[in-house]
Design a protein around this ligand. Structure first.
Ligand code: F6P
Length: 197
């Protein structure tokens, strides 16, 4: 059986500051995670899959995912479609700042997180659409490791686990954790590997 591995990027500078979006680099803890990744992937890939070109590593075009993948010695591909949900005018703000500056938007997002579209940005619904080509390609590939972002990985996870839209924006995708999905005849088997940093 083939596996889809995915992980959020290591903790970023913006994660530390509680800011959303941006294109920041990794924090020292995030860097530690990037160093721990190669061994972890090696351990859980299964010996039958240990070839030089397997798995392919997919990242977004953002620095924090590229930096997280930097020590992995596999072929890599950057997808613009894997970039984090665009928060528009809220990019770079903390949730507290958003609640203060755009109270109505904050409430609307809370009411319908899947459909809420940031001003000048995207909704989860938009992201599901732009991920279509990525998902099509994922269906055709052998082992893939995606180094991605919280909202993006929620959409991919929900697709493979058949989750309803109202649950999708709340899926728990913690930092410093590799999730392995193994597609079987009736749904996917799931494993999670947490790196203690
Ligand atoms: O905080 C990290 C982050 O990836 C932000 O860049 C993004 O806006 C957010 O998570 C998505 O999570 P939520 O939809 O729960 O705000």
């Amino acid at each position: 059986h083939r596996s889809i591995f995915f992980s959020r990027h290591g903790e970023s500078q913006f994660n530390v500051e509680g800011k959303i979006g941006g294109d920041s680099l990794l924090s020292p803890r995030g860097e530690q995670y990037s160093h721990a990744l190669p061994k972890l992937i090696m351990q859980h890939l299964g010996s039958e899959n240990l070839t030089a070109s397997d798995p392919m590593v997919w990242t977004s075009t953002m620095r924090r995912t590229i930096q997280t993948a930097s020590h992995l010695r596999y072929p890599k591909l950057q997808w613009k479609a894997l970039d984090e949900l665009n928060a528009g005018v809220c990019d770079g703000l903390t949730y507290e700042e958003i609640a203060e500056r755009y109270p109505e938007d904050y409430a609307n997002r809370d009411n319908d997180k899947f459909n809420y579209r940031y001003r000048g940005g995207e909704s989860y619904r938009d992201v599901v659409l732009r991920l279509e080509p990525v998902i099509m390609e994922l269906e055709r590939q052998h082992n893939i490791l995606i180094i991605g972002h919280q909202a993006i990985l929620r959409c991919i996870y929900a697709y493979f686990m058949n989750l309803p839209r109202d649950e999708l924006p709340y899926v728990r995708i913690p930092l410093h954790t590799v999730i392995q999905l193994v597609p079987k005849a009736y749904g996917c088997e799931e494993r999670r590997f947490k790196v203690a940093i």
